[in-house]
Design a binder for this molecule. Structure first.
Ligand code: ATP
Length: 869
């Protein structure tokens, strides 16, 4: 950041900016966002589409047709028709691209970060893009710094500046007494992460004027990277293009060699075949399908932060999920307690003297709050502590009344690595009281004889009933004694245990069942004790007989190899700290698995980044975890991850369906042309006919396949491996069937049309072939879009596709029947018998694919019967 700007800083008053001032500044400085690269102008877009291989070839065809018109007197129809096809091709391409871009832009606006600022003397959470220079931002651990600024006051502030410096060790920052001599440690930068402490900082620069903005300016110039699937499809498209060009050359050479067409005509037909057989819509269908996936996932509460993740989430093998709040409801209630003075655990409602003491210690060591504003309950703080507050309230007690006699002097906050929290209080008589609450096995208690064993028994009983256990210890320090913090928290007196219920989310049980059926392994990761973790994992159907529960302590003693050897049997990890999560991710990845991992805290960010799909929590998650994630769950719910998997798989399948739809017929076109010429029939389709099929029959329906809803079967198959061939799972076989069916059908139809239904009239043969190829391949989309045999219901499932198909087929029939239009495309009026052939012919490919499906089903059933017998 430019120091000069900073030293000229005019301090904002303690109350922060007024709402009006903030508004004015937003208008003056603009939104606090990194501006995306400028959109290409319409002329540039047109230019880019014209530079496509197929557009270039079409352009060449127009020139060739014009040459023929001038020198061979063939008329200008051909040039105009091919020219129009070129224009339509470019328009469709641009429309498709714009629709994909619109969906992706919507995606960016969905995952906007928020930040807390003080304005009009009120702390308020606003979208980070509305932060303006002069704003006072209030930062705490887990927040992302929204803009560049100066720290005005802070406690224990540490910031991870890795985004800017690459250095991942957090740097300490602090306010300095005077602003005149600015030091680095006083400056904070947009995009960096607060890892500890709190601060009030004043914003100096926002948006592109920040340090990050300067770097982002450079990043805008780098190219977008293709997703792995896009990469594979691009390679496939490359091969197909080569094949199409070879086909074009072959037909050109054959036509000349067999002398049934002139040089220019042969060249024209060769070019048209090449254009028709290049699957130029494939890449754009992938982008559109991914964009639709993003949209549908957002409707189901999963916000994707990277488009690639749509594809990756569909192929995950393992979903490692936090327990609290994701698998459970995060609505915690204390149901039982036990104090060493009691012989057995008691229900939370039956408070005796020891219970009241326990209640007081817990109340004093709690930070959460529940307020009722306008009849609505508003909570702040940790759900575990909210359970304590509710217990206090139901017994007519409050934190404030306890604190009146024992005000808090200091606090060592809870963190999920040490799993305890300590508070220090001043008692009336000058003595001080230390309270430590936290995980039972982390509490430094000076146990009385036999007490530990009894406590452990009660603890395990609570755990087996799926209760989270909170243990409490205390110590009274004589007045005037000077002791350090570490010493204070040794040799505590044990005050008791509480058992807290956090019921599983009801929708998680079917979601886990669905995940397992889909070949995905759900894994639970929790800070809770093994016994509690195991009980809940069994309750929700995650832990099965034979699977292991591993504790964080055990995990830390294992080497990477030992962990990798046990990773596949282990379904539950208990008492883990955030650093253990990264090892779990890596061990799974070593087995070749694709791993999704959830997280919410600042310390979870590295594991979220290491996972193939990092998933952050929208409600309870820190900004840092969200910015490290690929996906954010707006409802923090495990079931949402499974919905996202289903959508991801649907996208993948729709893309494969588009491949099947486009590629099979492209091959058939090449074989048809070559076959007919070899039979001595000459070209069975004219250049303009081939091109029309390419634009109308290939381009339009393929586009709507991306909107196809998912099939049930998508969640009943194993995940797709990273290196799985596109042609696995039967696609190769179906492509061959389709290519062969169409080749034989169209060759036969041409022969019948020309020699049987007319007296050797090539135009009749061509018209029949044209109609069967164009309409037949469109109808066939129904057999392709459903892996299961077709039903009336599945026919109706994609109304947009139905409307597009009806419109296109109607248009084709009009072109074939209206005399003025016919001539443009070299079509003629058909005799009724030939129309009958068309009507039957267009359903044959669908019939063949449907027959194949039914046979495969029957064989499958017979096989499974054989296996059962
Ligand atoms: P999960 O990992 O299942 O999502 P979590 O992240 O809440 O759960 P931790 O926060 O690591 O897990 O909590 C582990 C243990 O720490 C709990 O079993 C409880 O004993 C203790 N604990 C949780 N919250 C507090 C708190 N606010 N104060 C003191 N101890 C706590």
């Amino acid at each position: 950041m430019k120091r000069k700007e900073m030293t000229n800083l005019e301090l904002t008053a303690h109350q922060g900016l007024t709402g009006q001032a903030a508004k004015d500044r937003l208008a003056q400085y603009g939104s606090n966002q990194l501006v995306a690269a400028k959109k290409a102008s319409i002329w540039r877009q047109i230019g880019r589409h014209l530079a496509d291989v197929s557009s270039l070839v079409l352009l060449f065809a127009v020139l060739l047709a014009s040459y023929m018109a001038i020198f061979q007197g063939g008329g200008w129809t051909k040039s105009i028709v091919i020219g129009s096809i070129l224009v339509i091709n470019v328009i469709i391409g641009m429309y498709q691209e714009a629709s994909a871009e619109k969906a992706l832009a919507a995606l960016q606006s969905m995952s906007l970060p928020t930040t807390t600022v003080r304005r009009d003397d009120v702390a308020q959470t606003i979208e980070a893009k509305n932060v303006v220079p002069g704003d006072l931002v209030l930062l705490k651990a887990g927040d992302q710094v929204p803009a560049d600024g100066v720290v005005l006051s802070s406690t224990n502030l540490a910031i991870d500046e890795a985004v800017l410096t690459g250095e991942s060790v957090p740097v300490e920052k602090a306010a300095l007494p005077a602003l005149t001599d600015l030091k680095d440690e006083q400056l904070i930068y947009s995009g960096t992460a607060v890892t500890a402490g709190t601060a009030v900082a004043q914003v100096v620069t926002t948006g592109m004027a920040t340090e990050l903005g300067q770097i982002a300016g450079l990043l805008n110039k780098t190219k977008k990277r293709a997703t792995p699937l896009q990469g594979r499809l691009n390679r496939l498209s490359g091969w197909l293009t080569a094949f199409a060009v070879l086909g074009g050359l072959a037909i050109f050479a054959l036509s000349i060699w067999m002398q049934n067409q002139g040089l220019a005509d042969s060249l024209m037909i060769g070019i048209s075949l090449a254009v028709a057989a290049v699957p130029e819509t494939l890449p754009i269908i992938v982008t559109i399908s991914l964009a639709h996936g993003v949209k549908r996932m957002a409707k189901r509460n999963a916000i994707m932060r990277r488009v690639n993740a749509v594809e990756t989430i569909g192929g995950v093998d393992v979903i490692a999920s936090d327990k609290t709040g994701t698998l459970t409801q995060n609505k915690m209630t204390i149901t039982r307690y036990w104090a060493p003075q009691n012989s057995t655990a008691l229900p939370a409602e039956e408070l005796n003297h020891a219970g009241r003491e326990l209640l007081r210690y817990l109340g004093l060591a709690t930070n959460a709050e529940i307020q009722t504003v306008a009849g609505e309950e508003q909570t702040t703080g940790d759900p575990t502590e909210l359970a304590i507050i509710r217990w206090l309230t139901s017994n007519g007690a409050s934190r404030q009344t306890f604190e009146a006699t024992a005000p808090r002097l200091a606090e060592d906050p809870f963190d999920s690595t040490k799993k305890t929290m300590t508070t220090l209080h001043q008692l009336k008589d000058g003595r001080r009281l230390v309270i430590v609450k936290g995980a039972f096995d982390r509490l430094p208690v000076d146990w009385q004889p036999g007490e530990l064993a009894r406590a452990k028994r009660v603890h395990d009983d609570f755990g087996r009933d799926a209760l989270r256990v909170l243990a409490v210890g205390y110590k009274v320090v004589p007045a005037g004694q000077r002791v350090d913090w570490a010493e204070l928290t040794q040799k505590l007196t044990f005050a008791g245990l509480v058992g807290i219920i956090d019921p599983p989310r009801p929708e998680v049980i079917p979601a886990i069942r669905e995940a397992k059926a889909a070949g995905i392994k759900p894994v639970m990761i929790t800070g809770d004790h093994m016994v509690t973790a195991e009980a809940i994992a069994k309750e929700i159907g995650l832990l099965e007989p034979g699977q292991l529960v591993m504790s964080g302590d055990e995990l830390r003693t294992l080497t990477d190899e030992e962990l990798a050897a046990r990773i596949e049997q282990t379904a539950v990890y208990a008492r883990v700290s955030p650093t253990d999560k990264i090892r779990i991710v890596q061990a799974w990845q070593q087995t070749g698995a694709t791993v999704a991992m959830t997280g919410d805290g600042v310390n979870d960010a590295p594991a979220l980044k290491a996972a193939d799909v990092g998933i952050a929590m929208g409600i309870t998650g820190t900004e840092v975890s969200k910015s490290a994630a690929d996906m954010v769950l707006t409802d923090d719910n495990f079931a949402t991850i499974i919905s996202a998997v289903r959508e991801g798989r649907t996208v993948y399948q729709n893309i494969l369906k588009a491949v099947e739809f486009l590629v099979g017929v492209n091959f058939a076109q090449i074989f048809l042309m070559v076959g007919a010429v070899l039979m001595g029939w000459g070209a069975p389709l004219l250049a303009e006919q081939l091109l029309l099929i390419n634009v109308l029959a290939d381009g339009i329906p393929g586009f709507y396949l991306s909107r196809e809803p998912g099939e049930k079967a998508a969640m009943q198959q194993a995940p797709v491996a990273n290196d799985e061939s596109l042609f696995a799972r039967g696609l190769g076989g179906r492509l061959v069937t389709r290519a062969v069916t169409f080749t034989l059908l169209t060759l036969g139809a041409y022969g019948l049309g020309r020699f049987v239904f007319s007296a050797d009239q090539p135009a009749v043969g061509m018209t029949v072939t044209f109609l069967i190829l164009a309409i037949g391949s469109m109808i066939d989309i129904y057999a392709i879009k459903d892996r299961q045999p077709l039903t009336w219901r599945s026919l109706k499932r994609n109304p947009r596709l139905n409307r597009a198909l009806l419109g296109t087929i109607g248009l084709l029939i009009v072109i074939a029947m209206v005399p003025g239009l016919q001539g443009l495309f070299g079509l003629v009026t058909l005799p009724v018998s030939a129309w009958m052939l068309v009507v039957i012919g267009v359903f044959i490919p669908t019939g063949v694919l449907e027959l194949k499906k039914r046979l495969a089903l029957r064989n499958g059933r017979q096989l499974s019967q054989l296996l059962e017998d």
